[in-house]
Design a protein around this ligand. Sequence first.
Ligand SMILES: *Cc1c(COP(=O)(O)O)cnc(C)c1O
Length: 450
Amino acid sequence: MKKKYNPPRILRNQAGLSNKIAFNKNAINFQDRIAGIPVKTLTEKFGSPLFVFSEAKIRDSYRELTSILKNFYHNSEVSWSYKTNYLGAICSIFHQEGAKAEIVSIMEYDMAKHLGIEGKDIIFNGPGKRKDDLLRVVDDGVIVHIDHFQELIMMEEVADELGIRPRVAIRVNMDTGIYPQWQRFGFNYDNGEAYRTLQRLIQGNKLELIGLHAHIGTFMLDANPYYISASKLLELAQRVQDNFNIIVEYIDLGGGFASNNTLHNQYTPGEFSSPSFAQYATAIGKAFNESKFARENEPRLILETGRVLVDEAGTLITQVLGKRDLPTGERAVVIDAGVNILFTTWWYNLKILPAQPISGTSLPTIFYGPLCMNIDIVKHSTPYPDLKIGDQLIIFPVGAYNVTQWMQFIEYRPGVCLISETGEVNLIREREGLKDINTRERIPEYLRMV
Ligand SMILES: *Cc1c(COP(=O)(O)O)cnc(C)c1O
């Protein structure tokens, strides 16, 4: 497949004056294309706001992660974390690249099945599994990661009722040197709970133990916790082998790699502070090299990576709807995208660039969304040149968690499009309309006006 050629461009340097904050931000950059396609073309076709995904970026990051992992440990694979972005087209790209599916609810199970994924290629995590859900997925060969003791009991009942021996792993939590420690998923390693649970599971003799799992956190800005979690799970696997002669097939280290976004309280930009794939892989590889269990049995290493594989592939196009001067002297700009479709604004200091050249003196500017709520701040005060109504902006990186955690509130949710590696533009989710909002409502006869 031939990739589209993007000609180089020369941009005029706008020097401008230093402002009272002592920084020269007058010459703010602009970006009028996404993956080679003009922003204007995209919104003329699909409206504004609009989420835009770059297929090339998704494939590149997946290939980079899997090839680096294989360099450090040959027997490794990735299961795509559905909750990070479960648009059918996005999941299909990962599956085409060879990723299996990691789900945390029965809704995500339905989604994976709808895309043609086989039960045996699905891992079911999540802390709130119902017995009905377990009966359905176990019958389909899904691998269940047991989260708590009552779920272990439920799984044994499911095994009896279906007359099969379900393939399971247990979820393990632990101290990895990162605080606050995540303790709410799975069984604790450090106080012996995880090992006692394994003893009980094996002695129950109804479930087939095939793996050990730990999802230690998200947006981990240090790679060393993965060395600790891999070491602890491998130690547990060794003990299970020594005491019960059972060899687990895989060690699953969950997700949590940081993308290049920047947290609100973080001073250095994400590009410079998030560990690279090689740093994470080095930490994990070190634990596998040191472990006798890993050297002798070569268990599969599974990662359930989400965020880092898709965050930078997503951009939101928005436009200026209004502006005003605040009594504080700051400028307020109202854009057509609010926090209801940008859930990650709570964590990240997202980047906002104009999609056409702008100039003029920079003033501290707050970007508000269109919601009638004081909390609707997309970007806190930042020096920005003057914007006009109708000016377009792009917000990024927004590919992870926003199109799953978005909330429908006073506005229709926007369309989502995908730019292929050859520059083809496809709408992968239509902008909502009234029908999407009220199709499930029922108005009792006596209240009807029309
Ligand atoms: C959310 C989640 C992931 C993905 O985490 P990221 O931080 O997006 O990489 C993986 N595994 C489990 C169990 C999860 O809950």
